[in-house]
Design a protein around this ligand. Structure first.
Ligand code: PMP
Length: 514
């Protein structure tokens, strides 16, 4: 048998090769707060400040002591991790607590029902499935109503005249209606998402993730989403018009059958982030949110707000959408919900949309497991303690970082293009350098690798860890914990200053050498 050497990997080798090429293939051996530690090749201990923050999951930092304590206690007491189909009051308490937060932040009395799952993409898939379940049931109930009317008219066939101009007898007209209605009711759903969105990479959710390289190879696996740009939200009305589908109902007026159109829902949901994370930290404005709300209201189409990255307090409120008064029908949370220790996700569904029977057709072995539930309960306690001090801290730390970024943008035109985001969900976009006189810089930029080269430089030279957002490669993300230390902010300032100087001076030796 052929053995595999430790240097080889059978676990997604292409990713290892990329990390090697960028010089960032480091094995971290300890993690606390915003700090990761590793031992260099010569045995020197190194400390890295982590601004990638588990891609946004580490709102409370790595291995928060209270969360570690919760997990250790839970396990040492031999509490059940997996006891599916039993009474789980701790899960109900989390749902209740999330409802308190929704009520406070959105100023609503409406209840939101909670469906638990294991990852961000899964919580989106749950939202898609639930929205489709709800749509199918709405279509079915309309179809039943229409069918009852058709049957009533059929029963009076002797005394009712066919619709004028139909050119057929009544029973032929009615069977035509039945056939058309069955076809209309069987029409597949349409999901609408925003250009630039990222909603995960599973079979359904990847079709809502705009980046074509993630999405298009798998287009055959699930219905394609329709994308609308934030700059042209009128496109949503055009989609509504194009996909308009009706059932043909019938009623009798003065002894004559009259056919009436009854529109059915085809657009199953509008799915969006209010701050696009992987799309380059792009913030939806209140006016854009209003426009989406109007379009959806006209269609009675539910809105799914994906708070997987923006939620859990990092923008200065638990829900970023609450900061623009945008109360969705569905809210999805994941990442930070597990406190950086466990994997939990939840899909919250407003009572007006919730279908109780969904619980009987959807489940997952690991959803609502005891360990994750205990950790999530503690995460919510920590975030909600002291009247929301955590949210204020995220806002203040974010302002400090944003101030540094704006200062760099003013001082380094042609290097720093834009600063975007809110609280501790910030993006720093660099200008394209494909016209650079330095060939290596120009080449990296032309190949869409500038952001990765910059991340490599920040890690190697300054021990700062961050990455470009997945679909906007010139934008670096900054999503540290809300306990970020001032010294770590200062380390970032010094590093970014040196980076901007190297880019301004086209110093490829400083940037890529060594
Ligand atoms: N939605 C958003 C907004 C995300 O940022 C992500 C992850 N980057 C996901 C969904 C998918 O989450 P997961 O990786 O846990 O499947």
């Amino acid at each position: 048998m052929q053995s595999v050497t430790p240097e080889q990997t059978l676990a997604e080798p292409a990713m290892q090769e990329l990390l090697n090429m960028l010089g960032i293939n480091v094995e971290y051996t300890r993690a606390e707060g915003d700090t990761l530690r590793y031992v260099g090749p010569d045995g020197t201990p190194e400390t890295v400040v982590d601004y990638a923050g588990g891609y946004g999951a580490l709102v409370l930092g790595h291995n928060h002591p209270a969360l570690v304590d919760t997990a250790v206690t839970f396990l040492s007491e031999r509490r059940p991790v997996l006891a599916q189909a039993s009474r789980q009051p701790a899960v109900d308490q989390i749902a209740a607590r999330l409802n308190d937060i929704v009520g406070r932040e959105f100023g609503t009395d409406e209840r939101y029902f909670a469906i638990f799952s294991n990852s961000g993409a899964e919580s989106i898939e749950v939202a898609l499935k639930h929205a489709e379940f709800d749509r199918v049931l709405r279509v079915r109930s309309l179809l039943d109503e229409v069918e009852a009317h058709i049957a009533e008219v059929a029963a009076q066939a002797q005394t009712v005249a066919p619709p004028p101009g139909s050119g057929a007898d009544l029973s032929t007209v009615l069977s035509g209606l039945r056939r058309d209605n069955a076809e209309a009711a069987a029409r597949p759903p349409v999901f609408v998402a925003l250009a630039g969105s990222f909603h995960g990479k599973l079979v359904g959710s990847v079709q809502l993730t705009h980046n074509p390289s993630y999405r298009t190879p798998f287009a055959g696996l699930a219905p394609a989403a329709r994308f609308v740009s934030l700059d042209d939200l009128d496109a949503f009305d055009r989609i509504a018009e194009e996909t308009r589908t009706v059932l043909r109902d019938v009623r009798v007026v003065d002894g004559v059958a009259v056919v009436v159109e009854r529109p059915i829902p085809v657009v199953a949901a509008f799915v969006m982030e209010v701050i696009q994370g992987e799309g380059g930290i792009r913030v939806v404005t209140p006016a854009q949110a209003d426009r989406i709300r109007q379009g959806c209201a006209a269609l009675d189409c539910p809105i799914v707000v994906d708070e997987i990255q923006s939620g859990l307090g990092r923008t200065g409120a638990f829900f970023a959408s609450s900061q623009i008064g945008f109360a969705a029908d569905y809210l999805t949370l994941a990442k930070g919900l597990g406190g950086g220790i466990t994997k939990t996700a939840v899909t919250l569904v407003a009572q007006r949309r919730y279908r109780r029977d969904f619980a009987l057709v959807h489940s997952s072995t690991f959803a609502r497991d005891g360990l994750s539930t205990a950790v999530t309960a503690r995460v919510l306690e920590l975030l909600e303690a002291e009247n929301g001090a955590a949210y204020l801290r995220a806002k203040e730390k974010g302002e400090k970082l944003a101030e540094i970024f704006h200062d760099l943008r003013r001082r380094f035109p042609g290097v720093v293009r834009e600063v975007r985001g809110r609280g501790l969900m910030l993006g720093l976009e660099f200008d394209d350098q494909s016209g650079s006189a330095a060939p290596a810089i120009a080449g990296a930029s032309a190949n869409g690798m500038l952001g990765y080269v910059i991340s490599g430089y920040l890690l190697r030279v300054h021990r700062i860890r961050t990455f470009p957002t997945a679909s906007a490669a010139n934008t670096l993300r900054f999503e540290p914990s809300l306990n970020l230390a001032d010294a770590d902010i200062e380390r970032l300032r010094v590093a970014l200053e040196a980076l901007c100087v190297a880019l301004r001076d086209q110093d490829e030796q400083a940037l890529m050498g060594g």
